[in-house]
Design a protein around this ligand. Structure first.
Ligand SMILES: Cc1cc2nc3c(=O)[nH]c(=O)nc-3n(C[C@H](O)[C@H](O)[C@H](O)COP(=O)(O)O)c2cc1C
Ligand SMILES: O=C(O)C(=O)c1ccccc1
Length: 387
């Protein structure tokens, strides 16, 4: 296990001896800056964009800075094992690729490239309902790799049931139900670029390939795109369902279910009461409620409320190995990574995503070892101090 992920550091150094620099920067901040140069303004503002003033997106980062690791010496951390099981999926490290819609905006290979890169490392993708590639095509690209499915919950039960059964059939093992995006927030950068990819029919591969959704249309999407798009948007927007509606998902999904977008301990308790297997503590990377609390700041109280009843996953603002260690030490079972690998996709398709994931895993592996930890289970609040 020694150097399982840290080996990427040696690989890069050795290439350096040979006079070759790494294919792309290994630093998340520089990666974003380079992506801004590389991607068109619409694509960049879609990925980097946040709600309102961006206060919550910044707060997500600032929250990590308020915690520091306290390294321990002579602990024999040469051999490390970062493996763990998350919602029934055995993983080499507790890191997943967060659901990200409409990846065709970023790179022509889109979700297929992402699925191949993730599978090569054994990390799960969480396929978005707003994917630009169908459920089945991503499954094929993912091969033997672990895969989960993210649901934007259609209010038509038969359409919902059809999408869920296709996902199960195609080998997606866990369901992530996103609750915080029942309508898109006020996102000035997207509005200013005037780019609404969904209205142009991108990100519609899941509904448009669904026979039950198609049966709801007067004309096929190929013949009347605007009506098909509006029909779909009307199905997945709105929030007139209550907690009791989760029973439908429980009945129609034969596997673990996690609710994504949880920020309050009472909502986490309700998720547990409704028989859910997990929650993803997330504010959607600051893309929904501007002024909302930093996701990391609510993690400890949610772990305290329900950590013994369901698995608490975390996202929003994770950029480095130390960030992963901090979230795990505060009780997260795993973290989901959003924007960084999307910038990798922009840089180099499958290779770019793989590079970003290998960099993060190597950084995580080295940070664990150098702070004296061999296993994920050793990470508890005791390894941190308030800055
Ligand atoms: C470009 C983009 C598209 C996203 N699309 C989805 C989506 O389709 N479904 C979803 O549940 N979350 C979506 N998210 C939110 C991510 O799953 C995740 O919560 C967020 O990116 C985590 O924050 P981070 O980017 O700071 O790591 C998207 C995020 C980005 C940046
Ligand atoms: O942009 C997002 O954050 C998001 O969740 C989304 C929703 C619908 C289509 C594409 C992305």
């Amino acid at each position: 296990m020694a150097g399982q992920f840290a080996g990427y550091q040696n690989e890069i150094y050795l290439q350096g001896y040979g006079g070759t620099a790494p294919p792309f920067t290994t630093d998340a901040t520089r990666l974003e800056a380079a992506a801004a140069e590389l991607m068109g303004p619409e694509a960049y503002s879609y990925v980097a964009g946040a709600a309102g003033s961006g206060a919550t997106a910044s707060a997500n980062r600032a929250a990590f800075d308020r915690w520091r690791l306290v390294p321990r010496m002579l602990t024999d951390a040469t051999e490390r094992d970062l493996s763990s099981t998350v919602l029934g999926t055995p993983l080499p490290a507790p890191v997943l690729l967060a659901p990200v819609g409409v990846q065709s905006i970023v790179h022509a290979d889109a979700e297929r490239a992402t699925a191949r890169a993730a599978a090569a490392l054994g990390l799960p993708v969480v396929l978005s309902t707003a994917s630009s590639t169908s459920i089945e095509d991503v499954a094929e690209a993912s091969g033997d790799g672990p895969r989960w499915f993210q649901l934007y919950w259609p209010n038509d039960p038969d359409v919902c049931g059809s999408i869920l059964s296709r996902a199960r059939e195609a080998g997606y093992t866990a369901l992530v139900v996103t609750l915080d995006t029942w309508t898109l927030a006020w996102r000035p950068s997207d509005l200013d670029s005037g780019y609404l990819p969904f209205l142009q029919g991108e990100g519609m591969a899941v509904p448009f390939s669904d026979p039950v959704f198609r049966s709801r249309l007067d004309k096929a999407p190929e013949d009347d795109l605007p009506s098909a798009v509006l029909r779909w948007i009307s199905m997945i927007t709105g929030t007139d369902r209550g907690w009791d509606a989760l029973a439908f998902l429980r009945e129609h999904w034969d596997g673990p279910i996690a609710l994504k977008g949880i920020q309050h301990p009472d909502d986490a308790r309700r998720a547990a009461d409704a028989g859910m297997d997990g929650v993803v503590v997330s504010n959607h990377g600051g893309r929904q409620v501007d002024g909302a609390v930093a996701s990391l700041d609510v993690l400890p109280e949610i772990v305290a409320a329900v950590g013994d009843r369901l698995e608490v996953l975390f996202d929003s603002g994770v950029r480095t190995g130390a960030d992963v260690v901090k979230a795990l030490a505060l009780g997260a079972r795993a973290v989901l990574l959003g924007r960084p690998w999307v910038y990798g996709l922009a840089h180099g398709g499958e290779d770019g995503v793989r590079h970003v994931l290998r960099s993060l895993l190597a950084d995580l592996d080295l940070t664990m070892g150098l702070s004296g930890h061999r296993r994920i289970t050793e990470l508890t609040p005791a390894v941190l101090r308030r800055a």
